[in-house]
Every structure is written in structure tokens, then in C-alpha cells.
Ligand binder design. Structure first.
Ligand code: FE2
Length: 215
């Protein structure tokens, strides 16, 4: 299995340490901790579309895309970032095909446990990506100490999915911006919401993240 040098995660770690992820209250089924998804996400009552993380953390998104360019050979449109997040036994939902999962950071313990199938058993995923269809196999994370980060790259697709323009991040001056096709999405406005009148900004303060109202 491919081993990735830990220095390849330096930019991602620096960005996560500078600004830790929000606790995702919506992931209550698979444990607690800091976990957020970039790329395409499901939205209540709406087709999947760009995660608000894409425009709230475009620099982090860019680092994730740069990492993927080098090390992720499977098709993906979503990236889940876990920060000291210990998943209880679960199967993933709404991913199509295989996912790539990799751990990094300074931790002990924290093996990935696969509870069924050919890959059954404990796996150290530290700098060692594992590729599997995690919607078909129960998996969990062993207790750990230290700072454990993991990335999951996968294709998010539901029965509501519609074709989307390509997502990209562009650096302009010393700032990063998220583009949905040719459309530049600013953190002050976000995506237009078809159910919200006059698209009031969801973000009130420049550097303060707020609670999600949908996702
Ligand atoms: Fe999972």
C-alpha cells in the first residue's frame, strides 16, 4: 500500500490548527467531534450542491484539492475532514463506489476497525490510505490519544443529485475564493437559496462561523 510522507499533510494541519473545524451537530449517528465536508453535500429538501465549507474555508479546500491531485486516484466530489473525531460503528451513506480514507497527525491508537468482509480487522491508516466501499462494511475508530486527523474522499450521490458546474478555488492576491463554475461565491452571501427570500446573508461577521440552517 502506498505510504505518504507525513510532511505532505503540513499545510492541511497548519490550517486546521490555526482555525479548528466546527463541531458538526448533524453527525450524531456516528459519534461526536469535529467533522466537516467539503465539495458536494446533501441539503435538506434540495438537490446536493456546494458545501458552505467551500466558501467559508477556501484555503483549506484548496490544500485538500492539492493533496488529492497528488494522492487520490479514485473519482470523488466530496471530502470529509475529521479532527479528533472518533466514529462509532456505522456504514456510510450516499456514497457511490469506493472511498479513500487516510489518517495523519500525532496520535497513538486510533486504528480503523472493519467489522465485516475481506478487510475485517484493525488497520493503521496513518499516512497509509485505504480504499473500500464503506457503505457496504461496518467500520469504527479505536480510542486514541493525541491529535488524530483523517480525510475521506468519495463520490456523494443521491436520488436528488443533478449535474453541477465544476468547483474550483482560485488565489487572488493573498486570498482564496471558491468558484462554482464561473460564479464566485463570497462568504458574505453564499449560494442563492431558492426557498429564502432575497437571499439574506447567512454570515454576519467576517471571520465568525455560524450555525448551519441546512446541509
Ligand atoms: Fe464512515
Amino acid at each position: 500500500m502506498l505510504h505518504i510522507d507525513h510532511s505532505e499533510f503540513a499545510d492541511i494541519i497548519a490550517e486546521l490548527k490555526a482555525r479548528p473545524l466546527q463541531v458538526n451537530e448533524y453527525r450524531n449517528k456516528a459519534g461526536s467531534g469535529r467533522s466537516q465536508t467539503f465539495g458536494v453535500v446533501g441539503r435538506r429538501c434540495l438537490p446536493p450542491d456546494a458545501s458552505r465549507m467551500n466558501w467559508l474555508r477556501p484555503k483549506l479546500y484548496q490544500h485538500l484539492l492539492e493533496f488529492a491531485e497528488k494522492y487520490v486516484a479514485i473519482p470523488f466530489n466530496s471530502i470529509t475532514v475529521n479532527q479528533n473525531y472518533r466514529a462509532d460503528k456505522h456504514r456510510d451513506k450516499n456514497n457511490k463506489g469506493v472511498s479513500l480514507l487516510v489518517g495523519f497527525g500525532s496520535y497513538t491508537g486510533g486504528d480503523l476497525v472493519i467489522h465485516e468482509g475481506d478487510l475485517s480487522g484493525n488497520h493503521s491508516i496513518w499516512c497509509n490510505p485505504i480504499i473500500a466501499d464503506f457503505s457496504k462494511i461496518y467500520h469504527s475508530v479505536e480510542p486514541f490519544e493525541g491529535d488524530r486527523y483523517s480525510l475521506v474522499f468519495y463520490q456523494y450521490e443521491t436520488s436528488r443529485s443533478v449535474p453541477l458546474p465544476p468547483f474550483s478555488v482560485k488565489k487572488e492576491g493573498d486570498k482564496y475564493y471558491f468558484y462554482r463554475g464561473d460564479e464566485k461565491i463570497l462568504r458574505t452571501t453564499g449560494l442563492p437559496h431558492p426557498l429564502r427570500k432575497n437571499n439574506k446573508p447567512m454570515i454576519l461577521k467576517e471571520d465568525k462561523e455560524v450555525t448551519v440552517t441546512f446541509e
